[in-house]
Design a protein around this ligand. Structure first.
Ligand code: HEM
Length: 511
């Protein structure tokens, strides 16, 4: 009897607490500053149920219903959604220590939970620390030996991928997105560490289980775990940032949350080991011998303001893996899809590649050659305009600011719907049409494509990414005819991910 009473009391208290929470939630909602149109939020989840569907994060539908300036909620977190280029000008201005420097608030417990808050670059709110990391990375990325070495790495990796392709024959159906993700995994890994990641070799091995691999089982297992963990890391960024703690801990979600945390933690350990091995390698290199031009060696040997600790190097490494692999791989998939559906643009691009690099598809090329591929660059940018690689970009203000005619208190979240902005009829002529020529006729308008974001935090890997994309497209299109076998399938997370692109690859007849 007493137990029943106790339970009833608990129930009553819970009910009262729930009602207080709901009343407070809606009191805050109905008294919010500058109410904007937007979907009606629910307590605990906000509009999460309208945004996340089939692993995809979709905010683009809100513009049609609520206009260029609107709002939505995740839990009790309000986001101001900006769907028009004029609305983002102030935010994208590169102002030193400006008001839109940070992406997230200091109290984002989700990002803190996986150690991404205030470390490295991506979510570092400490301006001095961010600047220290940023200068380091920019210096490495801009160094001529590093970029030149990257051009060689891309070509070598492409040749390795081709070696596997050739073993399958021309009638094989290739899951192009899977190949190209592993190819960029290896490429970024080698440019970062000068160590192989064996992602391509491992993938080939999985597709041909009857063929004995030349690599030991332990290496292949480790490679698989690296690929899987980087995938989990990329997914975790948006998951831990947006999904409220109460939902993450909810039965059903909690196992998924733990899985992601375990993978990120495994990745950190793996990176630590690589850093240790690299330190050993550097210490054993004779003083008169030139060190390698990989990013890790540069991080560990360039003293800059102060030497970088292993923890800081780890954070930068995490940033590069989460920001550099998927973005590049997905870009290539979307570009291929556009080109195969737009034969004129494809023809013009191939003509340029052959004119600049020569007709021999096996000849190597240099950084200087790549810089002459203007139409290839226009193609990359146009594909990104129509299917943006990072469809959402978010920033918050550190002091009160006026956006869209409203004064916003500090720490307001602004989410830019890059898709909508880059396809807005008010700026783009025939926005739905894939037309790289628009940038050849008017190169200025490239600045209105936010492929690499904007402001002080614009992508530091953009030069490397452009070089790698151009080199990959050149290697692919100077040799192969591609047949698409069905539509490209995608979902949107922190980046736009190609889930399926099936193709047949045939060497072009004239070679
Ligand atoms: C096609 C390939 C790529 C695309 C589309 C891309 C896009 C972006 C975008 C949109 C941002 C956000 C910028 C902003 O806040 O406005 C970003 C940031 C960043 N990207 Fe990239 N990226 C690519 C490749 C790379 C590569 C290859 C690396 C490194 C090797 C890299 C490293 C980073 C880092 C570290 C940041 C955070 C910068 C900061 O907060 O200061 N990215 N990227």
């Amino acid at each position: 009897m007493e137990a029943t009473n106790f339970l009833q009391e608990i129930l009553k208290i819970s009910l009262v607490a729930l009602m207080v929470y709901i009343s407070y939630y809606y009191y805050k909602y109905f008294t919010r500053e500058n109410p904007l149109p937007g979907p009606f939020p629910l307590p605990f989840i906000g509009n999460i149920h309208q945004i996340f569907k089939n692993r995809s994060f979709d905010i683009s539908k809100f513009q049609a219903k609520y206009g260029d300036l609107c709002e939505f909620y995740t839990g009790s977190q309000r986001f101001i959604l900006l769907n028009n280029d004029d609305l983002i000008q102030k935010i994208m201005k590169p102002t030193v220590n400006g008001p839109f420097q940070n992406r997230v608030n200091d109290d984002n417990e989700g990002l803190k939970e996986i150690g991404l808050l205030n470390a490295g670059l991506l979510f570092n709110n400490n301006y001095t620390d961010w600047q220290y990391h940023r200068k380091f990375l920019t210096k490495v990325m801009m160094s001529a030996p590093f970029i030149k070495q990257s051009v060689i790495v891309v070509q070598d990796n492409f040749l390795e991928m081709e070696k596997y392709w050739e073993k399958f024959g021309e009638n094989t159906v290739f899951e192009f997105n899977r190949w190209i993700t592993r190819y960029f995994f290896d490429t970024i890994f080698i440019t970062t560490t000068n160590r192989p990641a064996y992602a391509l070799a491992n993938y080939y091995n999985k597709l041909t289980p009857n063929e004995k691999s030349t690599l030991p089982e332990s290496i292949l297992k480790e490679s698989s775990k690296f690929v899987e963990s980087v995938d989990a890391l990329i997914y975790s960024v948006l998951y831990f940032f947006l999904v409220p703690r109460i939902v993450r801990k909810f039965p059903g979600f909690n196992r998924h949350t733990q899985y992601l945390k375990d993978r990120v933690s495994w990745l950190r350990n793996g990176i630590d080991n690589i850093i240790k091995l690299k330190r050993e390698e550097i210490s054993k290199t004779p003083i008169d011998q030139k060190l390698n031009s990989d990013m890790l060696t540069m991080f560990l040997t360039d003293l800059h303001d102060k030497p970088m600790s292993d923890k800081d190097v780890q954070e930068n490494f995490i940033g590069i893996l989460s920001a550099g692999i998927d973005t590049s791989a997905n870009s290539v998939c979307f570009i291929v899809d556009f080109l195969e559906n737009n034969p004129k643009a494809k023809q013009r691009m191939i003509e340029e590649i052959e004119r600049v690099l020569g007709k021999d598809p096996n000849s190597s090329f240099t950084l200087e050659d790549l810089s002459k591929l203007e139409y290839v660059e226009a193609t990359i940018i146009e594909a990104s305009r129509l299917r943006s690689n990072v469809p959402i970009n978010f920033k918050k203000n550190s002091v009160p600011e006026v956006i869209g005619g409203y004064k916003w208190p500090k720490d307001t979240y602004f989410m830019m719907s890059i898709d909508k902005i880059q396809n807005h009829e008010s700026y783009w002529k025939n926005p739905e049409t894939f037309n790289p020529d628009r940038f050849m006729d008017n190169p200025e308008i490239k600045n209105k494509v936010y492929m690499f974001g904007g402001g002080l935090r614009k992508c530091p890997g953009r030069n490397l990414a452009m070089v790698e994309l151009k080199a990959t497209l050149a290697m692919l299109y100077r040799k192969y005819d591609i047949e698409l076998l069905g539509p490209l399938k995608e979902h949107v997370g922190i980046s736009r991910k190609c889930d399926e692109l099936k193709v047949k690859l045939r060497k072009r007849k004239n070679f």
